[in-house]
Design a protein around this ligand. Structure first.
Ligand SMILES: Nc1ncnc2c1ncn2[C@@H]1O[C@H](COP(=O)(O)OP(=O)(O)OP(=O)(O)O)[C@@H](O)[C@H]1O
Ligand SMILES: [Mg+2]
Length: 259
């Protein structure tokens, strides 16, 4: 037992000492002449909700796609759980990515399956054989987490937009990710449903001590969920601070996000 703990501490130095789960150093990504991410430096701490703000097209989605490997970075370092991603073998990358949940804007649900089957799907894919009872209890817990226990036997097409988003979240959470990436979780929702989603993000943080990145244009969602906020502009992190810090920034361009 002691030997194991020591080896984890050596291998995951950052994670144990600085409690950093994701670190980006001089990260760069261009698409042809479109130099989207030019010099991104940031760290996400264990258990923290980090909100990313920035105008449309500034590379917020690209940034989180780099973390899950949907976009390959051009230059710089990406360190997840203390491990430099560029030096890892496919098998090691898969193990790391299992610990990362991604809530897509669409929710990525299967409309021909029931709610229950939508939740069983990631379990079967990632954990292969699992006793039926255990699967039932995980599905039940995931649905209870998002307040959808009643919807277990219907299909997602019968759900409202807010409920679909919650089901998307349940589907991601069922694998108990240590890092959650939310790409515009409240876009297109009425203020009450948006607030429900923001509260769910907070509950996930509290219950599982998840570290999250939340990309949003919804300033109320940022206010409710953020422990820290970063603003991306011209390919770099142009400002960083708490909601109150940035709301009262000396820079009118930054303050404009909060109006
Ligand atoms: N696979 C790709 N191939 C080429 N260009 C891309 C690709 N993905 C993103 N881009 C470009 O990178 C830039 C940043 O896109 P990204 O989707 O990250 O913006 P965003 O900040 O998330 O914007 P929004 O707030 O509108 O979602 C855009 O100019 C986009 O066209
Ligand atoms: Mg985006």
């Amino acid at each position: 037992m002691t030997a194991n703990v020591t080896s984890i501490i050596t291998e995951h130095d950052d994670r144990q000492n600085g409690l950093v789960v994701v670190k980006m150093e001089h990260l760069k990504k261009s698409f042809g002449n479109n130099h989207v991410l030019q010099d991104i430096n940031l760290a996400i701490n264990k258990g923290e909700n980090l909100v990313i703000l920035g105008k449309s097209g500034t590379g917020k989605s690209v940034l989180i796609k780099c973390i899950v490997g949907l976009v390959e970075l051009d230059d710089g370092k990406l360190i997840i759980f203390g491990q430099n991603i560029s030096g890892l073998k496919d098998k090691e990358l898969i193990e790391i990515r299992k610990k990362i949940g991604f809530l897509f804007q669409s929710g990525a649900l299967y409309d021909s399956m029931t709610v229950r089957e939508n939740l069983e799907f990631p379990l079967r894919r990632q954990l292969h054989s699992m006793p039926k009872e255990e699967m039932n209890s995980l599905v039940k817990e995931a649905l209870e987490n998002v307040g959808l226990a009643e919807a277990i036997d219907i299909t997602p097409s019968e759900l409202s937009g807010g409920m679909r988003k919650r089901l998307g979240l349940a589907r991601t959470l069922i694998l108990k990710p240590e890092i959650m990436l939310y790409d515009e979780p409240t876009t297109g929702m009425d203020p009450i449903t948006s607030k429900e989603i923001s509260n769910l993000i907070l509950e996930v943080q509290k219950k599982y001590n998840t570290s999250s990145i939340i990309i949003t244009h919804d300033i109320e969602c940022a206010r409710l969920t953020a422990n820290r906020i970063i603003v991306i502009k011209d390919g770099i992190c142009a400002a960083e601070g708490s909601y109150t810090d940035l709301e009262n920034s000396a820079d009118a361009w930054i303050r404009a996000f909060f109006e």
